[in-house]
Design a protein around this ligand. Structure first.
Ligand code: NAD
Length: 256
């Protein structure tokens, strides 16, 4: 059980981040949800988690594209036993047309934010005598596809950052690993299905199977609960000696 531990999950008002927060709360952790908005519905997500799992749950607004806000998120939370760096965005374009501001935003949100949050979280973990850093990378942290230069550079980067943090904490009761999901059916991916179907003249089911899941040999999406369960495992005693590595949850993508 993670009772008494505080988990901060960046980018957690939807998709994988919210799914990971739910599984950590189910395991007993107090959770801090985050995104760059500050709406009633964001705070309600935290209130609902608190009620459902009988934990302390808060929502703290912080924009992960801004270094000071990344650092302030951890400081403001006051405790951080489990840090899940999940916030991420995507842009798809050939490199010669890739907008510089999209490149900069993706590197900032998908990679640099984890540097800033980790830098502030490690001293808190050391003080508490225990810590887990879980970075949500991607199958694209281990392999590439065309037209996703910034995303793939950032995801390979966060795998490298995870290994470095693991070595810097190797002698302490702190671990750092990266989870590498294949395709997960989040609102982000779901919203691409109608357009993909239209573009290829397919039904939505065909678009899912033949286009989106082309590289996922299982031909099934991973779920946010499975990514959350993997994060809970990395926080368990069984995972104490697992550090500086990646765990793929990708239906066989990286075995191809
Ligand atoms: P999503 O769009 O549902 O979630 C992204 C989250 O990040 C949202 O909560 C959003 O509010 C937040 N976010 C975006 N910009 C932010 C900012 N500037 N500051 C703070 N928060 C911000 O997408 P998702 O599919 O759940 O993706 C979550 C993570 O999982 C990302 O890092 C993504 O690269 C990774 N991932 C997703 C898949 C997939 O198939 N869905 C596969 C592999 C990896």
């Amino acid at each position: 059980t993670l009772k008494g531990k505080t988990a901060i999950i960046t980018g957690s008002n939807s998709g994988i981040g919210l799914g990971v927060a739910r599984e950590l709360a189910r395991a007993g952790a107090d959770v801090v949800l985050n995104s760059f908005t500050d709406r009633d519905e964001d705070h309600k997500l935290a209130a609902d988690l608190a009620e459902e799992f009988d934990v302390v749950a808060r929502y703290i607004k912080a924009d992960m594209s801004k270094p000071e806000e990344c650092r302030a998120l951890i400081t403001h939370a006051g405790a951080c036993d489990i840090l899940v760096n999940n916030a991420g965005i995507q842009h798809v374009a050939p490199i010669e047309d890739f907008p510089t501001e999209k490149w900069d935003a993706i590197i900032a949100i998908n990679l640099s934010s984890a540097f800033h949050t980790t830098a502030v979280a490690l001293p808190l973990m050391r003080k508490a005598g225990w810590g887990r850093v879980v970075n949500i990378a991607s199958a694209h942290g281990l392999t590439a596809s065309p037209y996703k230069s910034a995303y793939i550079a950032a995801k390979h980067g966060i795998v490298g950052l995870s290994k470095t943090v693991a070595l810097e904490t190797a002698k302490e009761p702190i671990t750092c690993n990266a989870i590498c999901p294949g395709y997960v059916l989040t609102p982000l991916v779901e919203s691409q299905i109608p357009d993909t179907a239209k573009k290829y003249g397919m039904t939505e089911e065909e678009a899912k199977q033949k286009v989106i899941l082309e590289r996922q040999p299982s031909k099934e999406f991973a779920t946010v609960e499975q990514i959350g369960g993997t994060a809970v495992f990395l926080c368990s005693d069984a995972a104490e000696q697992i550090t500086g590595t990646t765990i793929s949850v990708d239906g066989g993508w990286t075995a191809l």
